[in-house]
Design a protein around this ligand. Structure first.
Ligand code: MEV
Length: 314
């Protein structure tokens, strides 16, 4: 039997992270230049299921029963087996990913989505995108506590989306390519911890934090038509304003601010941190002709890695 293979992309939130957890809109796009790949085979002659993790920074073989209870592979496989209400056969799963971990680029959502797709196929069940998204969301809840659902949604549908938690997402029709340059600050953070720190601030100073969230919500509403029309200058300007709002939420870092400033200095229309913050990557938007200069500028400013990609017309 040939291996079942499934893949899922990374993501970046272009507008609205954190505020989206509190019911404000956000915009996210898939990053198909980076992805998680899952390959699954039956393990007929062996009575233990084996998971083989193969990432640039980490290689590990571990029996399924030895995975931590909250491990996304374990959570997703167990949720699928609950769904089909039957015992699962032994399997060997290889998980490889080019999505940096704890870097704001959707590695946990891509893992949950690729396993939901691949493992259900391995068991011979055809799940709809909606069902895959629900399974991935359940795994995200175990990983992050109170996720908005934007990460699993953009990764499952692999389309630019305008998202409000609990509402049907809106696919954004892109008319002109938007070039993105993402740079690694070299720092890492856990989404769960950063989301918790924002919640504490919101509980202590609800008026100030709600005002920041409302400001972010207004930016997102302006960004939606700008994305549809491919107005790169407005997209960039709003991204930089979103970064300032995230600084006020205290989720940036000097390293991220420095990269954001360097990108703008070297010709980006705008830039911001991406994901929960306190580490990870930042993202700059640009016209095609400025991408090289931005890339060089970011590397000189200390970026540990660069991902250059574009949002294609849909
Ligand atoms: C994390 O990628 C985005 C956050 O807004 C959390 C969430 O939406 O669940 C920080």
């Amino acid at each position: 039997m040939p291996a079942i293979i499934s893949k899922a992309p990374g993501k970046t939130i272009l507008f609205g992270e954190h505020a989206v957890v509190y019911g404000f809109p956000a915009i996210a796009v898939p990053l198909t230049a980076i992805q998680t790949k899952v390959s699954i085979l039956p393990r007929l002659k062996n009575n233990r299921s084996l998971i083989r993790f193969r990432n640039p920074s980490w290689k590990e073989d571990i029996y399924f029963e030895n995975l931590k209870l909250n491990n996304p592979v374990r959570v997703t496989v167990e949720n699928i087996s609950k769904l089909i209400e039957s015992k699962i056969p032994n399997f060997e799963m290889t998980v490889s990913s080019s999505i940096p971990i704890s870097a704001g680029l959707g590695s946990s959502a891509a893992l949950a989505v690729s396993i939901s797709k691949g493992f259900s196929q391995f068991l011979g069940i055809k799940l709809s995108k909606e069902e895959i998204n629900d399974l991935a969301f359940k795994s995200e809840i175990v990983q992050h506590g109170s996720p908005s659902g934007i990460d699993n949604s953009v990764v499952t549908y692999s389309r630019p989306i305008y998202y409000i938690s609990g509402q049907p997402m809106i696919q954004i029709k892109i008319t002109k390519p938007v070039h993105l340059i993402l740079a690694d600050s070299g720092k890492r953070s856990l989404t769960k911890d950063v989301v918790k720190s924002v919640r504490e601030k919101w509980e202590n100073k609800p008026n100030i934090i709600n005002q920041i969230f409302e400001g972010i919500g207004d930016l997102v509403k302006k960004a939606h038509p700008a994305m549809r029309n491919g107005n790169i200058h407005l997209i960039g300007k709003l991204m930089t304003q979103n970064h300032s709002a995230l600084q006020r939420l205290d989720v940036s870092l000097p390293e991220l601010d420095h990269l954001v400033n360097s990108a703008i200095l070297h010709g980006a229309s705008g830039a911001k941190l991406c994901g929960a913050g306190k580490g990870g990557y930042m993202v700059a938007a640009s016209t095609l002709e400025n991408t090289e200069s931005i890339r060089d500028g970011l590397l000189s400013a200390g970026a540990r890695n660069i991902i250059s990609t574009k949002i294609n017309p849909t």
